[in-house]
Ligand binder design. Structure first.
Ligand code: NAD
Ligand code: FES
Length: 270
């Protein structure tokens, strides 16, 4: 059992959960994720690490309630335990040095980009963050992101906070005026697709973190397969970080949609 130390609501349907997991915290690197199974009847599902402390032995996960398991986790409280927690999984994010890196986080993807910004900053990069949400109330982790970036740009689709518009619009404005060596984008697949389309026009290398559906997380089941540079890759072991300009976005988006009906049925179950 992995005890929950703290649970906090960050926004509507978005929660932060701190879990005691000393072995994972000791080995965690930016860009990695864990796979959880809440109880014996539960499904496995992946969550990207948002934060951790090796010294104190905890990890922090941020989840959006999208289905039955995430709803169940959102209802758990400090003192309760998670049955299985496997990780850290996946290849860590590539961390360069001495460059200007723009990190773009969309919605809940902000949680996943946070440790990458921190690692990039610690490695001596200039880090510009662009974080965006549909509306002010959904914009999460502003304080944490301010602490790990040199400059932070906020956007909301409805203009209730920061620049009115999507993160991709703010990204393009920045690319027009400031030389950028690398862009890292994490958020909804459609956002990562369009962020990669924007940076292609400016010839800026772009890394994305693919939120494929996952099962075992060890490269055995093939559930997370995607196509990058025309080759089949497994997001859990070959990624989750890939070259955004080489991802087959059409295939990824259709695979993400493939269990929509089943997810809808599961959501309606008690
Ligand atoms: P959302 O749909 O509210 O979008 C968040 C922001 O992304 C928007 O405010 C906008 O700035 C941008 N965006 C959305 N659609 C866009 C488009 N068509 N073009 C350009 N920009 C666009 O996001 P949400 O509800 O928070 O959804 C979270 C998504 O992030 C989920 O799909 C989840 O799977 C994914 N996610 C991915 C990771 C990862 O590691 N890749 C981690 C956490 C969450
Ligand atoms: Fe099974 Fe990646 S989740 S191969």
């Amino acid at each position: 059992m992995f005890p929950i130390l703290e649970k906090k609501q960050l926004a509507e349907a978005v929660y932060s959960v701190v879990v005691e997991a000393p072995d994972i915290a000791r080995r965690a690197l930016a860009g990695q994720f864990v796979i959880l199974r809440l109880d014996e009847t539960g499904e496995r599902f992946p969550l990207t690490l948002c934060d951790w402390s090796a010294a104190e032995g905890w990890i922090r996960l941020v989840l959006q309630v999208v289905g039955r398991s995430t709803r169940k986790l959102s209802l758990m409280e400090a003192g309760e335990g998670i049955l299985d927690l496997v990780g850290p999984l996946g290849r860590p994010a590539e961390i360069c040095a001495g460059e200007h890196v723009v990190c773009v986080g969309g919605g809940v993807g902000i949680a996943a980009i946070h440790p990458i910004c921190r690692a990039l900053r610690e490695a001596g990069n200039r880090v510009t963050g662009i974080i965006g949400a549909r509306t002010d109330d959904l914009l999460i982790l502003e304080e944490e992101m301010t602490a790990v970036t040199d400059e932070l740009v906020l956007t909301t689709d409805d203009g209730s906070r920061g620049i009115a518009g999507r993160v991709t619009w703010a990204l393009e404005e920045l690319l027009k005026k400031d030389p950028v060596d690398l862009v890292i984008a994490i958020g909804p697949a459609i956002m990562m697709k369009f962020a990669s389309a924007v940076t292609r026009g400016y010839d800026v290398p772009t890394r994305v973190s693919l939120n494929s559906i996952m099962l075992d997380g060890t490269g055995m089941c093939g559930t997370c397969r995607c196509e990058v540079e025309g080759k089949t890759r497994f997001a859990c072991v070959d990624g989750p970080e890939f070259d955004g300009h080489a991802v087959d976005w059409g295939l990824l988006l259709s695979r993400l949609d493939q269990y929509k009906e089943e997810e809808e049925i599961a959501r309606s179950l008690p």
